[in-house]
Ligand binder design. Structure first.
Ligand SMILES: [Zn+2]
Length: 449
């Protein structure tokens, strides 16, 4: 091949790679496609054909190489340049106010003008898997899990399959090293669709989107991960060199976006405790409509200078806190199982529970649908159970904790006689419903009619 021709091929390959990555960026990061699927496929086929023909021009950071061809043998350990610390939690308004006093206001009094409300960068707290992605001279070289905060696992082969993660940073002068931290997640809609398909194929279902994201990243075979609809939001940095770090967290997020790194649209700058609380309540209201699962919000002191003054404690940064939503699952104890009589005479078992605060309300009852359900989930008086309540959904028992069952836990059978009118109960052949046989002499049936 003549050198002149070689140069033409090289330029053509570079152009193709750039265009495809631009299409990826528009589709997966901006959520605003600029090309049709068929156009995208056509360019990708051209690229693959050329790379096959000229293997010496093939590079790892080509969009054609996102999905590796073979599984890795095992996960290698990676020591983080800067530890990936977890955040301190605040579970209530009072805890948040205390955190603000203890970690921010008091330490700052000596060095800062007290009394001014501090700016916080507030953002939803995604329920996914934390990762760190390292770029050197603008090229993706490493992706790893958080692990224990100091040592994670090398999951580069899987990170590369996520289309929203750029293989190379945008812009002419990328930092010599830029480690970015973010959360990999499976959007709610994709999670439901994935589970629906898995159900059809009789495959294992994911328990929740967090489980789906974490499980997908811990695959040895990147071809499996590539089939999982994963997305990412970046929210911070680790090791950095050859870059003028901006003055504030909000400015930092803007710079990350300029590099083509996806950040959450729902983040906002708020002022002081009241600003944080307002943000919390506005995100709580939007929670069910957000396309991704969250379990709270995060507030970070916006000024990076103040962040470094506040510093880190052993396990947490002192300048950030996670304000968590009330738990949507709790454990409680079944005090008794009673039967309610409906207007058709049907007896519905109801578990009376030791009251428990879950999903923002106190729950003391959970319906068990019908008599067969008692046997199916094998629930007994005295059992410990997991109660779940999401959004406005009525609370339900998701699991009986058999390992916690006391010796004297008692089985409850459907009663022989109606708890309201004492008439005999009837269970028709092949039916799951037990009914009161009293008809209109039964007050429960009469009342409801
Ligand atoms: Zn009755």
């Amino acid at each position: 091949m003549a050198p002149k021709n070689e140069k033409v091929v090289f330029l053509k390959l570079e152009k193709l790679r750039e265009t495809i990555e631009q299409y990826n960026f528009a589709y997966y990061v901006l959520d605003d496609p600029v090309a049709s699927d068929s156009e995208y496929d056509r360019l990708m086929r051209q690229l693959e054909a050329l790379e096959e023909k000229y293997p010496n021009f093939s590079v790892l950071n080509s969009p054609s190489q996102r999905v590796g061809v073979r599984p890795i043998r095992e996960f290698k350990e990676v020591r983080h340049g800067l530890p990936m610390l977890s955040l301190e939690n605040a579970l209530s308004k009072t805890e948040l106010a205390n955190w603000l006093d203890r970690r921010v206001k008091r330490p700052l009094k000596a060095v800062e003008v007290a009394g001014t409300d501090i700016d916080f960068a507030a953002e939803p707290k995604l329920d996914g898997a934390a990762v760190s992605v390292r770029y050197e001279k603008g090229l993706l070289v490493l992706g790893c899990t958080r692990g224990d905060g100091n040592i994670g696992e090398d999951i580069t082969h899987n990170i590369r399959t996520i289309r929203a993660v750029p293989l190379r940073l945008k812009g002419r002068h990328p930092p010599s090293v830029l480690e970015v931290r973010g959360e990999v997640f499976m959007p709610k809609a994709n999670f439901m669709e994935y589970n629906a398909q898995a159900l059809e194929k009789d495959e294992k279902l994911f328990v929740n989107p967090r489980n789906a994201a974490a499980g997908s990243l811990r695959q040895l075979d990147p071809r499996l991960t590539a089939q999982r609809p994963l997305d990412i939001f970046f929210y911070g940095i680790g090791d950095v060199s050859g870059w003028n770090t901006p003055d504030s967290h909000s400015e930092l997020l803007k710079k990350l976006r300029d590099f083509g790194l996806k950040t959450c649209h729902d983040s906002k700058i708020v002022k002081g405790l009241q600003g944080c609380l307002d943000y919390y309540s506005s995100i709580s209201k939007k929670r069910d409509d957000l396309p991704y699962e969250i379990d709270g919000v995060v507030y970070k002191v916006d000024s990076l200078r103040i962040q470094s003054e506040l510093g880190l404690s052993r396990r947490h940064p002192n300048w950030a806190v996670a304000h968590k939503f009330p738990p949507q699952e709790e454990i409680t104890i079944v005090k008794s199982i009673e039967f309610q009589v409906g207007r058709t005479g049907a007896l519905t078992p109801v578990a009376r529970l030791h009251p428990v605060f879950v999903g923002g309300v106190t729950v003391s009852n959970a319906t068990l649908h019908n008599v067969d359900e008692l046997k199916r989930i094998d629930i007994r008086v005295g059992d410990s159970v997991i109660i779940s309540r999401a959004g406005d959904v009525i609370p339900k028992i998701v699991k009986v904790l058999r390992e916690r069952r006391p010796k004297n836990a008692s089985i409850v059978d459907a009663p022989r006689s109606c708890p309201i009118c004492s008439s005999d109960t009837i269970r028709a052949e092949g039916e799951t419903v037990v009914r009161c046989g009293g008809g209109l002499i039964c007050l429960a049936q009469l009342k409801e009619r």
